[in-house]
Design a protein around this ligand. Structure first.
Ligand code: SF4
Length: 301
């Protein structure tokens, strides 16, 4: 397990150079930095279109300090598959990581994602989920939550969100987990466990986005933490046959220990239109999600 001393040591390491194009309070920089801490910056990264391809700046300059391929939206898992084979043929054993948003994963890139998982290619795929297409103007994606405002769902999204991590679990790959930028030690441990396994690994990282969620840019980590503490975001890990609830989420198996959902919703302008019955319906969805994950933990124990 990563220690606080190690985290403090990495606190002084500039994995991402200053002067990026990220908005203030950007969750992606936080998450990507945590990923770099987990791998000591030693990775090859593939990034499809999205905020993370804009953040490092325009070529030939880049704020990222590791080799990075910027690729078309739908192609990142396919490119990563080819890249990992080429590297292994040359005797390079380091991790190949796809870092993609929810649009590039759940929607546009899903076919190639499913193909790479089906082939069990030796790739770590991280889906940084800010729950909409933020880079192109906050349009709803497959993972935008029910009733959330976006520019394409101005009265609240009417569709349910896709459970991408569970869909990936059903690809029978060796490793699937959820994570949160508010719990870096949990995320770092998961990244390290994932890269120690051969085959396709998938981590669904929750990354609250201030402009897209219509909240103050100082609220990024607060929102990520409240998502876990209200039970709205469940941290779990499937590791080669066994599914467990991760330590930060264990207290919230007990519904009475969860913080009121309103605390999470009220800091986000995208939910400002919700009526009390919508909040209640959302709470019922959270309870059902917990039931499902706890049942899966029973099945995969
Ligand atoms: S829109 Fe959100 S995810 Fe994109 S750069 Fe800004 S804060 Fe980061």
């Amino acid at each position: 397990m990563v220690t606080m001393t190690e985290l403090h040591r990495y606190g002084r390491t500039k994995f991402i150079m200053p002067g990026t194009a990220a908005c203030p309070g950007c969750p992606l920089q936080v998450g990507m930095r945590q990923l770099a801490m987990a791998l000591d910056g030693k990775m090859v990264m593939v990034i499809p279109a999205g905020c993370s391809s804009v953040i490092p700046g325009t070529a030939p300059n880049t704020a990222y300090t590791w080799p990075t391929l910027h690729v078309p939206f739908a192609s990142s898992p396919a490119v990563a598959s080819g890249l990992v084979r080429a590297l292994r043929q040359r005797g390079v054993d380091g991790p190949v990581v796809v870092w993609a948003g929810d649009g590039g994963t759940a929607d546009i890139g899903f076919a190639t994602l499913s193909g790479a998982a089906y082939r069990n290619d030796d790739v770590l795929y991280i889906m940084a989920d800010n729950e909409a297409y933020m880079n192109t103007g906050i349009q709803a994606s497959g993972t935008t939550p029910w009733m959330a405002w976006t520019t394409t769902s101005p009265s609240g999204k009417t569709e349910e969100r896709k459970e991408v991590d569970l869909i990936m679990l059903m690809h029978k790959i060796p490793y699937v987990a959820t994570a949160s930028i508010a719990f870096p030690m949990d995320f770092i441990d998961k990244v390290r466990r994932a890269v120690s396994i051969r085959g396709f690994k998938f981590i669904h990282l929750h990354t609250p986005c201030p402009p897209g969620w219509k909240m103050d840019d100082s609220y990024t980590i607060r929102a990520a933490r409240l998502a876990v503490e209200t039970g709205a975001w469940i941290l779990w890990e499937y590791n080669q046959g066994r599914l467990t609830i991760s330590p930060p989420s264990i207290p919230y198996k007990d519904k009475s220990r969860r913080r009121p959902l309103e605390e999470y919703l009220k800091i986000q302008g995208r939910f400002a239109h919700l009526k009390p019955e919508d909040v209640k319906a959302m709470e019922e969805r959270i309870d059902k999600q917990w039931d499902l994950i706890l049942k899966l933990a029973e099945i995969f124990k």
